[in-house]
Design a protein around this ligand. Structure first.
Ligand code: PGD
Length: 765
């Protein structure tokens, strides 16, 4: 492979890469003002021992054939040739297809995979199952925003319109007086964007804004959720109580006549119901500052003073993804919009409401005039779906009914799950339960670049190339650069591209033409590029020919500077430019949601006690948030990810007061536990976390000492052993993994080394 540096791109940044004397060197894209250190995770990834080298079949499956099996996650593997692997997969797909049809196959295959738009593994699985099996049971929404993406269309508009085309960072730098960020604006989150991110600009914009005088206020139990550049204020509330805090603020604004009644009357519906709820007309409970203070752990005087400070200012309210990734996660998202409306801000430059600013690098950016084409998915012949985070419920309870967004749906009986480009043993909650769910399947097939815990639970593991080993095109709708992703290295061992794996399977199933349309990878890249060229030409924009693009490595695309377009037009003339809600206005009360009669998500925002809260047995809130040193679980064995661990284990932050009370000192191995399991981590004692709260990021590969244990012990530090697997509400059924409750103690048991990056035992046939 070429020793010249080549252009490539990842979800966390674009870069030049070259292999020299077997060493990979990475230089960030010169146009990136603040490149992400996550790039260093690539350095030793190509030949890491954790890579999957050849096709592998789980012994139990090979010897006994398809069927429910408790050995999943605790079995050894047999290496087989590609020919054998393809034959096994094709035969099993045929068997399941003939016996059960597409409703027996789960192809949801959630996961971020890598940045290239053609090799996007999830799209490859979907296209493959549509073109060869007639379809599959699909999943809808995401683990990121499963709750908000369902709620926001009911109350204001499409989530991406609010988040990606809402208030821009330029506007914030120029106009905002106060940015009130529920969940903060951590740079660790905005350093990442699906499809790629060539310019990390958040740090610079925060600097500019704060120099002009913007007050950044981060509402979070963690100080680190706001970077130093923002020179902001840290407001620590008890985890999961933001909805109550906002209700308290609204009560003060109402009480003191500080609400913008003209705005509320003209642009919203349902304010009277909200006021009645706050006043306690429904149930006699007055939700005032004193009421909120008790719940949130700050004083009523503080809430009162805080509300007054918001009045008369250009205020931008933003609510992070993290807040809706919890039981009743809809409520802070909805109430953030109500607060911005009560202050009369939506549609003013640098003011109003924007969803999840800073939670991904896409948000607060400008949109490209045209998007790069996605791999066509083909037609799914069936319409069976689950909200993505209900996978374990589905596998454990076939035939059971569940609520979702006004519909009553039934879980299908899944026999075969096909996964590529995701890591459910990273992203899902209550991992012991998840293992039980996967044990019900006849067959579980996984394509992976490395031996993640998901691969270790599969019956057939097919080794996929990683992004650096193949060509692709990288780009995102909010990134003005489009990258030719040129291969840096030969495929590792026997790894093949997902596309190549599926093409051969499609051939064996008799549907090669339908899947490939006669094209190889380069053929698809050229086709998609030409489609982009044509869409741009229709707008009188010329981009270079494909060959020149490929040689240059990067081109610039025209963008629209239309941040806030929907809400600005609505503010200018709500009759001419109504919102896409049933009333055409901001819905503080939603008749649609009310008509569903969900106790856990009624027609206006409410405070609902979560079923999990600290008690004597589990006195600490655990925040299981996104990691700073890797994207999710990707390249957890990479240099930067390892640098964040201590003796190979994840670090768990806790407050010095709690550490003293528990007799824990910095660097001790601690055990976090609850009724779902136990997790070891290295204690990091820091006053950047509020007392009563511990924080352990997600992404450490699950490493159970005994994978079959009812309450497993993960020696590496995966917090999803402990999180609760429930939907956020009947309306949205989102993932609730962000917070849970645990007990903490110094670990005194036997300490075995982390084995997450050592492949499972395997033999040749
Ligand atoms: P990744 O680690 O990105 O996690 O969950 P997701 O499953 O997306 O998994 C991608 C996998 O794809 C990796 O294992 C990688 O090796 C593999 N891969 C990369 N490239 C390729 C390829 O080309 N082909 C194939 N076949 N595989 C490839 C993320 C999910 O986790 C998300 S988006 C969120 S927001 C959630 N966050 C939380 C949270 O905050 N708290 C908790 N407790 N849990 C969460 N889970 C969710």
């Amino acid at each position: 492979m070429s020793q010249k540096p080549v252009m490539h791109s990842s979800h966390w940044g674009a870069f030049h890469a070259r292999q020299q004397d077997g060493q990979l060197s990475i230089e960030p894209f010169s146009g990136d003002p603040n490149p992400s250190p996550l790039l260093t995770n690539f350095r030793h990834a190509l030949n890491h021992p954790a890579r999957v080298a050849r096709p592998m079949v789980r012994r139990g499956w090979l010897e006994q054939g398809p069927g429910a099996d408790q050995r999943r996650g605790n079995d050894d593997y047999i290496a087989v040739s590609w020919d054998e692997a393809w034959e096994l997969v094709a035969n099993e797909l045929s068997r399941v297809g003939k016996s059960y049809g597409p409703q027996g196959i789960f192809g949801g295959s959630y996961g971020w995979s890598s940045a290239g738009r053609f090799h996007h593994a999830q799209s490859q699985v979907h296209r493959f199952l549509n073109t060869t099996m007639g379809g599959y049971v699909r999943s809808v929404n995401s683990y990121s925003s499963g709750s908000a993406s369902v709620l926001l269309p009911h109350i204001v508009g499409d989530m991406n319109e609010i988040a990606r085309r809402g208030v821009s960072w330029e506007e914030i730098a120029q106009h905002s007086d106060i940015v009130l960020a529920f969940g903060g604006l951590a740079l660790k989150n905005s350093q990442v964007a699906s499809g790629g991110l060539s310019e990390h600009t958040e740090r610079g914009f925060m600097q500019q804004a704060s120099q002009r005088g913007t007050r950044f206020i981060s509402v979070s139990p963690l100080k680190s959720d706001l970077p130093d550049e923002a020179r902001g204020e840290w407001l620590a509330l008890r985890p999961g109580t933001d909805a109550a805090f906002i209700l308290g603020l609204l009560a003060v604004l109402i009480e003191e006549g500080l609400t913008d009644e003209a705005f509320l009357a003209r642009y919203t519906v349902g304010w009277p119901q909200m006021v009645a709820y706050i006043d306690g007309e429904e149930d006699g409970t007055k939700r005032d500052a004193a009421w909120a203070a008790d719940i949130c752990g700050v004083s009523a005087a503080f809430i009162t003073d805080f509300a007054r400070q918001l009045h008369g200012k250009r205020v931008l309210v933003t609510v992070a993804h993290a807040l809706q990734r919890a039981e009743h996660g809809e409520q802070p998202v909805w109430l953030g919009l109500v607060l911005a409306s009560a202050l009369g801000q939506p549609g003013l430059p640098g003011g109003g409401y924007t969803y999840a600013l800073g939670a991904l690098g896409h948000y607060g950016k400008h949109h490209n005039r045209v998007s790069f084409p996605a791999l066509p998915q083909g037609r799914n012949g069936i319409d069976r779906l689950i909200p993505v985070a209900r996978i374990a419920d589905m596998l454990l309870n076939p035939g059971t009914q569940f609520d979702y967004n006004g519909r009553r749906l039934t879980y299908p009986h899944i026999r075969l799950a096909y996964w590529a480009g995701g890591n459910p043993f990273h992203h899902h909650q209550d991992l012991a339960r998840l293992r039980q769910a996967f044990c019900q399947l006849d067959t579980f097939i996984v394509h992976e670049i490395a031996w993640t815990s998901t691969a270790r639970h599969a019956d057939i593991v097919l080794p996929a190339t990683m992004t650096l080993e193949r060509e692709d095109i990288g780009g995102a709708p909010t990134d003005r650069h489009l990258f030719a992703m040129q291969p840096v290295a030969q495929p590792y061992a026997e790894a093949k591209d997902d596309y190549a794996i599926f093409s051969e399977l499609a051939r064996r199933l008799g549907h090669e033409e339908a899947f490939t349309e006669g094209l190889d990878t380069r053929g698809w890249l050229e086709r998609h590029y030409h489609q982009l060229q044509q869409k741009l030409a229709a707008q009188q924009v010329t981009i270079p020919a494909f060959e020149q693009f490929w040689q240059q490595g990067v081109i610039e695309l025209p963008q629209l500077k239309d941040g806030g377009r929907m809400i600005n037009a609505f503010r200018a003339d709500p009759d001419a430019a109504p919102l896409p809600t049933p009333s055409g206005k901001i819905e503080i009360f939603s008749a649609t949601i009310a008509s569903f009669n969900y106790e856990n998500c009624p027609g206006h925002p409410v405070w609902r006690e979560p079923q999990q809260k600290p008690d004597a047995a589990q006195p600490f809130w655990l925040i299981a948030n996104q990691p700073a040193t890797r994207l999710h679980s990707q390249l957890d064995f990479g240099d930067y990810s390892l640098s964040g661990k201590r003796d190979g284990r994840e670090a768990c932050s806790l407050n010095p007061n709690d550490a003293v009370a528990l007799n824990i000192t910095d660097g001790d191995i601690i055990e976090l536990y609850n009724q779902r399991g136990h997790v070891l981590a290295s204690a990091r004692v820091t006053d950047t976390i509020m007392a009563g709260v511990v924080q352990l990021p997600t992404g450490a590969w699950y490493d159970p000492v005994d994978p079959t244990a009812v309450r497993p012990l993960c020696r590496h530090g995966n917090p999803n052993v402990l999180t609760l697997d429930i939907g956020t509400s009947s309306l949205t059924q989102g993932c609730s993994g962000q917070i849970t409750v645990v007990q903490v103690r110094k670990y005194t048991g036997e300490l075995t080394p982390v084995q997450a990056f050592i492949p499972p035992a395997h033999q040749k046939r």
